[in-house]
Design a protein. Structure first.
Length: 272
């Protein structure tokens, strides 16, 4: 049996959220680089970046029937155990979307209910309102009738077609000087996700991502250009996994100041 490495700071026991039980130190290797794939070609990549001690981004990729579901969350850096908040929100949100769709709910209703459930799960992590883990949240659904996105905060969704101009599917919840104006957490009040739908006219993919990617690549057509190179390039491995790798690598190559996550879901006519 493999021995779990001890804390890099004190040698103590490392908890499931990537911090030491004894001294609380973040472990640099915890979820430093994660890759996901799913049936149908969907794929995601998340990386700690070059300047962060721990990866506080989280992503989940799943599905039910003809629906593919993705959720991406970004831990709010000023909050305690933000990586735990992101992981709990992503898992809770994805499971709730799948359950809603399986029960026959409309995608909009499944997304709205899932955001509420994710918010409650994150709020339950708080020791108090003054010690409240927090994260942003973006979820997406792709199916035969179109694509849907729901968000709280500044993690984003984009429609990136194989041909033609791309489209941003979300709007940042930010206030003066770009400060975050909405998030999930006990100090945020009841979450209300904004939801947008779109019926693509051709093949492409739905991108869910954190601001570690979009700070350097905010434009949908610039994102698509990097994605296209990754999908066709042997170095990145090709396909949507290659595209996600290329997007994350671009952010790393241009500084990698924050955690970076890119999750891609094929959609549209002859999607994939």
């Amino acid at each position: 049996m493999n021995r779990i490495p001890g804390c890099v700071a004190c040698g103590g026991t490392v908890a499931p959220d990537g911090r030491c039980w004894d001294c609380g130190a973040a472990q640099p290797s915890f979820r430093a680089h994660v890759e996901l794939t799913a049936d149908g070609g969907a794929a995601g990549v998340s990386d700690r970046g070059r300047r962060r001690d721990i990866n506080a981004d989280a992503m989940v990729l799943t599905g039910v029937g003809s629906w593919t579901v993705g959720v991406v969350c970004d831990g709010v850096s000023m909050s305690p155990r933000s990586e735990r908040a992101a992981q709990v929100a992503a898992e809770t949100g994805a499971n709730a979307v799948v359950a809603g769709l399986a029960a026959g709910a409309l995608p909009e209703d499944a997304l709205a209910d899932a955001a509420v459930r994710a918010g409650r799960a994150v709020a339950a992590l708080a020791a108090s309102v003054d010690a409240a883990p927090a994260c942003t949240y973006v979820a997406g659904i792709a199916g035969p009738e179109g694509i849907w996105s729901a968000w709280i905060g500044d993690s984003r969704a984009y429609w990136l077609p194989d041909r033609g101009p791309g489209k941003r599917m979300s709007e940042d919840d930010t206030g003066e000087h770009g400060a975050l104006a909405a998030w999930l957490g006990a100090d945020a009040g009841a979450p209300v996700a904004r939801i947008r739908s779109y019926r693509p006219g051709g093949a492409g993919c739905l991108l869910l991502c954190t601001d570690g990617l979009t700070r350097g690549l905010p434009d949908p057509d610039a994102l698509r250009a990097v994605l296209t190179r990754g999908r066709s390039g042997a170095a990145a491995g090709g396909g949507l996994l290659g595209g996600a790798r290329a997007l994350v690598d671009h952010a790393l190559d241009t500084g990698g100041h924050d955690n970076i996550t890119a999750l891609l879901i094929p959609a549209g006519a002859a999607g994939g």
